[in-house]
Design a protein around this ligand. Sequence first.
Ligand SMILES: *Cc1c(COP(=O)(O)O)cnc(C)c1O
Length: 426
Amino acid sequence: MKEYKTDTKCVQSGYSPKNGEPRILPIYQSTTFKYESSEQMGNLFDLKEPGYFYTRLQNPTNDMAAARICALEGGTAAMLTSSGQAANFFSLFNIAKAGDHIVSSSAIYGGTFNLLSVTMKKMGIETTFVHPDCSPDELRSAFRPNTKALFAETIANPALTVLDIEKFAGIAHENGVPLVVDNTFPTPINCRPFEFGADIVTHSTTKYMDGHAATVGGAIVDSGNFDWEAYADKFPGLTTPDDSYHGIVYTEKFGKAAFITKATSQIMRDLGSIQSPQNAFLLNLGLETLAVRMQRHCENALYIAKALEKDERISWVEYPGLESSKYYDLAKKYMPGGTCGVISFGVRGGRNAATVFMDSLKLAAIVTHVADVRTCVLHPASTTHRQLSDEQMKEGGISPDLIRLSVGIENKEDILEDIKQALDNV
Ligand SMILES: *Cc1c(COP(=O)(O)O)cnc(C)c1O
């Protein structure tokens, strides 16, 4: 089949109806699937034949939406999960168990930071955090003999650091482990981490992929490039018999699909964080317009960021698409077509000024969300981080005046006018 360009894949990949079938992806609203004989059903349970039997493990609507994300990332296999949190957890828990260790970038989403530093720690999996801008030697020194993965975000939420993917991939591979990256903010429209050596990509599809703030969801995509058998001792879950499937060895039986097959047939089976087919349908609709929306988000965000940079009521602006950003060169290399629609900035006057500014906005809404079609803002100091003192917030890399602005796809002049009238009130 012809290899189409990314924006064509957004519209055409994943589902190809046969003669007389529905033109758009149908919702398989069924928990279960019918077979003619118990032997056929038995073969599915033993993973001898591919097929659907129960929607806690797999559903055709989910798989076709996942296939579209897989095509966009240039991967070999993919699956959907009920949330981005589940995607990140599954991608790591699929290869790390109690007694193992993970190295992670410290500039990551707060929920993922909690997952690693609190919940997975309780499960016996320890994480060492390193700043993504650290030197190669600092990164190397974080690894231990029991390290099973290196984790980072391509553009961090909310810090907006841009990952040097090749640096991270090279050092992961020196240590015989895969690089797992959360590519939620740039999406595969702007960044394809597999082209730079990442092995596994995760997404919170809740953000730009759905794009309309309609559904919570996640996805895991495997490049198929990591050679688990070359490090068989490190990854026994993939390279030795699985007793819960009559001794199947995933790498032997499924080759490049080993990682996703294990995550589906073992972790999803046992932990059950499947996305509902209804949500997968809505996600798939969102994916159809992802390329045009990302272009518009980036165009609008750059316009707003440049205007904020010139406004003396603003104390600082961070947007990786700005030439003044410390991450501009990395962004140009890894995401030459654009970064994302999220900007962070400070209003002169600190915490109070930021609150007045936020309350004066008319078009931009105050919500705990980012990366959808509607412009929205969040002031961590008065919401998600309100229990913390200014000092504590600074230690966590968040200044009291920080405003996270997620630029939508409205007319950019309307968005800027709203920001300016709100600044007038400060
Ligand atoms: C939102 C987010 C998550 C968590 O995803 P949910 O869908 O909310 O569970 C993970 N990583 C990043 C980068 C995010 O922005």
